[in-house]
Design a protein around this ligand. Structure first.
Ligand code: SF4
Length: 466
């Protein structure tokens, strides 16, 4: 589908349906996981892996940052002290070995992601050490996707080459906004030249897909200033662009209290920023993948979407079919078979659990058949914007229209608004519904429906669409 001709942004619909909702990087969403499920939940899941040659996906959370960006909602530790990161690597190694004691099945790896925090807070030696810890325990496949989130303020061209030598072949770079006034207001000073130099070096070093992050809705942002940011970004031709909406939740995220509310764009201005940004990216030839992601037509995400082979996981969209995900470090979430397991969120808890000789699992969930079915339905809608009933009926032995009768009834309001169509064959999200696809997915979320019946609401915990 060529979305250059499609009207993705219907301002009236965006205003009308700008409600808060999950981003569905997992289903059930992480806030539904039970507290203190016990480390045995993950141990059993690791032991139950079938003896197939299905490779693994690995996630490592590296929480350290040397300065704080005021918009930040991540789990991070602000420090300049490398003794802390060195100690953290000791514990990561222990955690990895503890998980390996229980792991059945293949140890080959097709995907690796270092997220944070700022993974490139680590020194060169620390990064080499961590990669060595992983490579000595797992078998990295030659064609795998090995990605790292980098902060261009802590990576020069030489380091970009080092990352490539270490085996990374995908990179995502934080930009947010190049406007100096916005950068000052959010305490993230990063020049265009810094960003350009590292991106060009990464390309030169052979990185296959380079993604950049932008945020609209930041303090002091103007249409003119953000247009310049977009033009500068497009001059670098990144393979992917993530365009996030800033969610101002100072009651939840402490650093956001340092943002002056009066400097934030008003709701209507934020909508204009979003509309302008989407129009600019689509006119430049980028394909709207879904949620907040855009990709060049020749990028593997665009190709996977066209082929009906896109997936969604904790890192967003992915070309890989679902692999068991092992996760290491504070707050990291694993998914092994039907089990989700999230680690302790603070360093003290994380270290304490490992010192006590058990995995630092603090939240978890074991999916049932209904969860797995709903997860598949939500994933299909979020990735491909359409869903045929027949294959779902066949795979899950259900009658879709009967099983999801109340969801389909609830969606009639969105059908009437033109966001989607439903007929006897299936569901098709219309172009102007694509931006709001999570609202459509919410109809299939059992836990949200249950909240509504309990009158307790429960939605305010999620970010809004715009
Ligand atoms: S936005 Fe990224 S670099 Fe900035 S404080 Fe948060 S995790 Fe650290």
């Amino acid at each position: 589908m060529n979305n250059s001709t499609l009207a993705l942004v219907d301002r009236d619909l965006c205003r009308r349906f700008d409600i808060s909702g999950p981003r569905y990087t997992s289903y059930p969403t992480a806030d539904r996981f039970a507290a203190n499920p016990g480390a045995q939940l993950l141990v059993d899941a690791l032991q139950d892996r079938p003896a197939s040659d299905q490779p693994l996906s690995l996630y490592v959370h590296l929480p350290f940052c040397s300065t704080v960006c005021y918009y930040c909602g991540c789990n991070k530790v602000i420090t300049k002290d490398h003794q802390k990161s060195s100690r953290y690597l000791d514990y990561l190694e222990r955690e990895i070995d503890m998980q390996l004691q229980s792991l059945s099945g293949s140890r080959s790896v097709a995907q690796l992601h270092w997220g944070g925090g700022t993974p490139t807070f680590l020194s060169d030696d620390e990064m080499r050490r961590l990669m060595q810890i992983l490579r000595s325990r797992f078998d990295f496949l030659p064609e795998g996707e090995y990605s790292i989130e980098i902060d261009p303020r802590s990576v020069d061209p030489q380091r970009a080459h080092l990352l490539a030598d270490m085996g990374f072949n995908r990179m995502s770079l934080g930009i947010q906004d190049f406007d100096p006034l916005v950068q000052k207001a959010v305490n993230r000073i990063q020049t265009f030249e810094q960003t350009r130099d590292v991106l060009l070096a990464a390309r030169d070093a052979g990185f296959k897909s380079i993604s950049v992050d932008l945020i609209y809705g930041l303090p002091k942002q103007t249409l003119e200033g953000f247009r310049t940011t977009l033009e500068k970004t497009l001059s670098l031709s990144p393979d992917r662009i993530a365009l996030y909406s800033y969610a101002h939740l100072p009651q939840i995220f402490m650093p956001q209290r340092r943002i002056n509310d009066d400097e934030l764009p008003k709701a209507e201005d934020k909508l204009s920023l979003m509309a302008m940004a989407i129009e600019t990216l689509v006119e430049a030839g980028y394909v709207f993948i879904g949620m907040d992601h855009f990709a060049r037509p020749d990028d593997e995400l665009s190709l996977a979407q066209q082929a009906g082979k896109l997936h969604r996981n904790f890192q967003g969209y992915s070309t890989h079919a679902e692999l068991d995900l092992l996760a290491f470090g504070v707050s990291a979430i694993a998914k092994v078979g039907p089990v989700y397991a999230q680690n302790a969120k603070t360093l003290d808890e994380y270290y304490g659990d490992l010192d006590a000789g058990h995995l630092p699992v603090r939240r978890g969930y074991q999916m049932n058949d209904d969860d797995a079915l709903r997860r598949a339905v939500i994933q299909e809608l979020m990735c491909h914007f359409e869903l045929d009933f027949a294959p779902v009926n066949q795979e899950w032995s259900i009658d879709f229209e009967d099983y999801f009768k109340s969801a389909l009834e609830e969606l009639q309001l969105l059908v009437a608004a033109g966001l989607l169509t439903i007929d006897g064959q299936g569901i098709r999200v219309q172009p102007k519904g694509r931006l709001l696809v999570r609202i459509i997915a919410m109809a299939f979320d059992h836990y949200l429906q249950r909240d509504r019946q309990n009158v307790s609401g429960g939605r305010s915990r999620y970010s809004r669409v715009i």
